[in-house]
Ligand binder design. Structure first.
Ligand code: 5AD
Ligand code: SF4
Length: 480
């Protein structure tokens, strides 16, 4: 879910997908044709790191730049504007961005401008320009509408910073430019920011206060995606379950469960997923929406972070071990075939070996289909950095991380064995990586299933696949 990996170059955005960049519902194809034909057109290049929200934001940025007459390129060396959409969640993510900036400096076209967007821009603000003289613009996650001004300033030699965090900005009226897409799955941002103040987390400081987007613009964007042939949408937010929007015209309130249903009703052929949930906010209504709608996927990402109640309290997660286990029980009770995944942090401040074992046992208890696990990385300015000592040795943090992965591997293998003999509806994503004689796709539970090609079956189709083999990470089967 997070991409801190320098070898993954981030997503390179491609504006040649033909997607219009107008406010929702408005067609301005003539302008796009004019843009495409212009030789003098400036080019931008963008790399994204971190969470899906950042990748989604890059599509907003692409839309804004394309309105200004920019076209995209996948070749950094030929671009006039190089942007990197950054992540601050762990130290490593920030380190990777600084490495990329050195590479840009060495290889960029003469006179090309460099801009840093996203969480690192917000965290370091002006300091970034002092630390990284190679950067011309620093733009926080709520300030992308100001990019054209900042670019004009930078062209005049004036370095610019806009890290204003808004209480309202949701970019609701900007239709993202779907980029580097498979044309089957896409994201819609439904809310921004986070009010949760988990003590380890920098996000509330970099993405500001929680605010929900107009429900009707979300539905309109989903409809637009269906019209373009998309089959799957993931509703995105730092904490989607606390989505809450009030219609200013009649005061009617829309909850996350209601929004899920509104999007699901756009088309029975559009699969709906969401990410990410805070366990404290996921209500029975959300579970009923999943149970009662075939196209709302039976998959919940439910970050636990730790299985020990004392550590959860230090993390300010607002639930304890027993409460979380009760939530897991409730999910399996309402949706017996639901898959649950999680996030885990090992080696948080003062964590003992016994407390770490509680995390191992909660992995076994919850029967996770997937985990995203990290060792604790202290982030300046967070509550944990202020209040607690980062006292667990790196090698211990790493050892605990590998133990979590080991237990998870065993659990996931056993969970997947139960799928053998079952038939799942699979949305075909394309040719499998390992063999061009095989197709790959996901079931509702978000598990990848590989199966031999069958005549007439293509990417974007729904097919029924009977599982015949299962490993920790993949299911294999035959198309019925
Ligand atoms: N150190 C390690 N992992 C972290 N995460 C968030 N902050 C930190 C940190 N300081 C993890 C959490 C979160 C996921 C997105 O990243 O598990 O759910
Ligand atoms: Fe960070 Fe907690 Fe908000 Fe998630 S819920 S973004 S971990 S503060």
């Amino acid at each position: 879910m997070y991409n801190d990996n320098p070898t993954l170059e981030g997503v390179k955005l491609d504006l040649d997908t033909g997607r219009h960049n107008t406010p929702l519902g408005e067609e301005r194809q003539g302008e796009i044709l004019e843009m495409v034909n212009s030789d003098a057109q400036k080019k931008f290049y963008i790399e994204s790191y971190g969470c899906a929200m950042n990748f989604s934001d890059s599509e907003i940025v692409a839309s804004i730049l394309s309105s200004e007459g920019y076209s995209s390129t996948k070749v950094m060396e030929e671009s006039d504007l190089i942007l990197v959409n950054t992540c601050s969640i762990r130290e490593k993510a920030e380190y990777n961005v600084r490495q990329r900036l050195r590479i840009f400096e060495k290889n960029k076209k003469k006179g090309a401008l460099v801009g840093v967007l996203g969480c690192m821009a917000e965290r370091l603000k002006k300091k970034f320009l002092e630390e990284e003289r190679l950067v011309d613009m620093v733009v926080g996650p709520d300030a992308y509408r100001d990019l054209p001004n900042l670019i004009s300033g930078a062209e005049e030699g004036e370095k610019g910073v806009n890290v204003f965090l808004s209480k309202e900005e949701t970019y609701a009226d900007i239709a993202p430019m779907r980029l580097d897409t498979n044309g089957i799955s896409g994201f819609i941002s439904i809310m921004r920011g986070c009010d949760n103040m988990c003590s380890f987390c920098v996000v509330p400081f970099t993405r500001g206060r929680e605010r929900s987007r107009n429900a009707f613009t979300v539905v309109a964007e989903a409809r637009d995606m269906v019209d373009q042939g998309y089959k799957e949408v993931t509703l995105l937010g730092q904490n989607v379950d606390s989505y809450k929007w009030e219609n200013p015209e009649n005061g009617e309130k829309v909850s996350f469960a209601q929004l899920l249903v509104m999007v699901a009703e756009v088309s029975p052929l559009l699969r709906v997923r969401f990410s990410t949930s805070h366990p404290k906010d996921i209500t029975d209504d959300v579970l009923y929406a999943i149970r009662d709608h075939h196209n709302i996927c039976n998959y919940i990402h439910l970050p636990v972070q730790s299985g020990n109640s004392r550590i959860l309290d230090l993390m300010n997660r607002t639930y304890d071990r027993e409460w979380y286990m009760g939530k897991v029980d409730r999910i399996y009770e309402v949706i017996p075939d639901c898959a649950i995944s999680t996030d885990i942090i090992t080696g948080f401040c003062t964590e003992t070996e016994e407390e770490h074992k509680d995390t191992l046992s909660i992995v076994e208890y919850s029967n996770y289909s997937m985990i995203y696990s990290f060792f604790y990385s202290e982030r300046p300015g967070t509550l944990a950095a202020k209040k607690y000592e980062d006292d667990i040795l790196l090698e211990i943090k790493k050892k605990r991380l590998s133990e979590v992965i080991e237990v998870y591997s065993k659990v996931a293998f056993e969970v997947n064995q139960k799928d053998i003999g079952q038939t799942f509806e699979v949305l075909v994503e394309g040719i499998s990586k390992k063999s061009d004689q095989e197709l790959k796709g996901r079931n509702s539970q978000n598990k990848m299933i590989i199966f031999p090609k069958k005549g007439g079956v293509a990417a974007g189709d729904y097919v029924n696949v009977k599982v015949t083999e299962a490993s920790r990470a993949t299911l294999r089967g035959i198309c019925l």
